[in-house]
Design a protein around this ligand. Sequence first.
Ligand SMILES: C[S@@+](CC[C@H](N)C(=O)[O-])C[C@H]1O[C@@H](n2cnc3c(N)ncnc32)[C@H](O)[C@@H]1O
Length: 295
Amino acid sequence: MPAITDAELKLLQTLVYQECGMHFDERRTAFLQDRLQRRLRECQLDSFYSYYRLLISNQGKQELTRLVENLTVNETSFFRNKAQLDLFQRDILEDILRHKQERRDYSLRIWSAGCSTGQEPYTLAMLVADALSYYYMRNPLPFDSPLPKPLVPSPWRVEILASDLSYSVLRAAQEGSYPEHQMSAVDYGYRLRYFDKVGDRYVAKKAVKEMVHFDFHNLKTEYLPQRNDVIFCRNVMMYFDEAEQKRLTEKFYRCLNPNGYLFVGHAESLLGLTERFQMVHRNSGTAYQRVEVRV
Ligand SMILES: C[S@@+](CC[C@H](N)C(=O)[O-])C[C@H]1O[C@@H](n2cnc3c(N)ncnc32)[C@H](O)[C@@H]1O
């Protein structure tokens, strides 16, 4: 296996950055080199420069997708960052439902950007379903809901859009089937209501799956889903450099409805990136709300 030269590494690093925004600083170049070596072997090429030539050629599009997939970190879990999810369910969602109902707007759109294998969007679906039924327990609808009660009571329409740039994680997410060891944060009540037990795995019920729509979106591009009430983009921006984080924050601003909310990961922050969001903080849960310009 040939050694990679500094110039080849730079070329490939730049190409990956242009393609998906992922930035490999000194702490992560060993990981990048390891993945590049694997792909080179797989493609049976004898130099990193010829691999680079392949990637920028028309025939190399598929290989570029594969390389990027191999560079993503897909670590995730159900109910990740409980304090943040409490803030989402108990305060923010409650507030959104009330305001929307006053305006007779019964649509709710939440986007999980960088959803990995689906634990985040399914967690959101469960939280939204519970929040809606608790809301209607206290504010009954003027008519009876059909039995068995649907997860999303009429006239509400809830869409949880879940996107990623890796096709393999999107396939797994769509299956919605998880082994026991990935379910540790899902308490029994949630398991009983929202999962079926199939062999030794837990599979998200059809009604939960119907709340979530999976799609491919590369956050590096300009064409991103609009009109969201809430965006979750957690543990994704940490792989981008500051310039890319700033660009993405601007895009998220435009992808949100007025007064919409953005959630980023526990180790991430919008501090120094933008003035267009204000921080909302409660019991160690943090979110960012879009600031509206008054005219
Ligand atoms: C560490 S996982 C985070 C999953 C989940 N949001 C969470 O916090 O548990 C990061 C995900 O972001 C995705 N990702 C990385 N760069 C991306 C990009 N440019 N566009 C879309 N998704 C991206 C990766 O494929 C990966 O699945």
